[in-house]
Structures are given as C-alpha cells and as structure tokens.
Design a binder for this molecule. Structure first.
Ligand code: FES
Length: 172
C-alpha cells in the first residue's frame, strides 16, 4: 500500500504507534462499521493517523489498507500528518471566498512552504482550510490557534508570522 505519510521514521517510533493503536483497538469489536470511530480514537491519541496505525487497523478489521486510507482521505476531520505547534485554518466559506480567501490561502502556502493538510518540517505550523466559522463580517478570516483573525490578506499573513517569530525569539 503506497501511503504518503512519512513522519514515523524509526523502528522504535513505529513500534510505539502500533502498540498504542492496538490498545485502542481492544475497546472495539472487529466490525467494519467501527472504522470511523476507531480512526477518531486513534487520531485523538496520536494527533494524526500514521501509516503504522492504518495498517494495524486494517489488520484488525480484516480489510485492505487502501480502504482505511480511502476513508481517512474522504473525511476532512482526519489528518495524515502530525499537527504543528500552531494551527492555521483559512476560512473558505462563501463570504471569505468572495473577499479573497483563496488569495489568503495561497499567501499562507507560500510563506510556510506547505500545502493544505501539511505541517512544516520543523512542526511549528500546520495549514488547512475550514468552512464558515461564523465571523463573516471580518472576512477574509484565518483561524490561528483556534482564534479567528479578521481581514487576513497577504500582508496580514506576514504580520502574523512576524508576531510568532518575535514570540519565539523572546522565549529563546
Ligand atoms: S465565510 Fe468565513 S467566516 Fe463566514
């Protein structure tokens, strides 16, 4: 099964993921209908769904690994990459879309050097899009660490990143 998620690299890490996944699986029956709740629990524990966890789940439910992968990629709630320290969620609801949400998303992608659903190599940021978060008057909105930020156009993206940089420098 070719799965493009490569964050669990060492044998030790892989063994840990398998062990944690097996512990969660003990709470479930081997019904295929349990796949989504199992994925939710495993992601809740690990923060995302690494390849090793997918393989354990597939074995447990006696289904092909590709079926597990398909469900993960079908639902927005599942992550194939580990979360970053800071989450960046660009709203692409109607109002934000009309006010340039995709331009904002492109600005984040370029500045962070990652695509939607990915995490920066230093695991500082992860980037994704969301549907309307209910602050349409502030469009275009980006939710930064669960806090909606309004009027986030490309120059504001730079400002927000600069604020993170200053914060990091203060701590070091
Ligand atoms: S559409 Fe973005 S907050 Fe409503």
């Amino acid at each position: 099964m070719a799965i493009n998620n490569k964050e669990v690299t060492t044998t030790e890490e892989q063994a840990k993921v398998r062990q944690k996944t097996r512990q969660i699986l003990k709470r479930f029956g081997r019904k295929q209908g349990n796949l989504v709740p199992i994925l939710q629990k495993v992601q809740g524990k690990l923060g995302y769904l690494p390849r090793e966890a997918m393989l354990e789940i597939a074995k447990f439910l006696s289904i092909p690994g590709i079926d597990v992968y398909s469900v993960i990629t079908f639902y927005n709630q599942f992550r194939l990459n580990p979360p970053g320290k800071h989450s960046i969620r660009v709203c692409l609801g109607t109002a934000c879309h009309m006010k340039g949400g995709y331009i904002t998303l492109d600005a984040w992608k370029r500045r962070l050097g990652i695509d939607r659903g990915e995490t920066t190599p230093d695991r500082e940021f992860d980037l994704d899009s969301v549907a309307c978060v209910g602050c349409c008057v502030m469009a275009p909105v980006t939710v930064v660490d669960a806090k909606p930020q309004g009027k986030v156009e490309p120059t504001k993206v730079d400002g927000l990143l600069l604020a993170f940089e200053i914060e990091r420098e203060k701590k070091s």
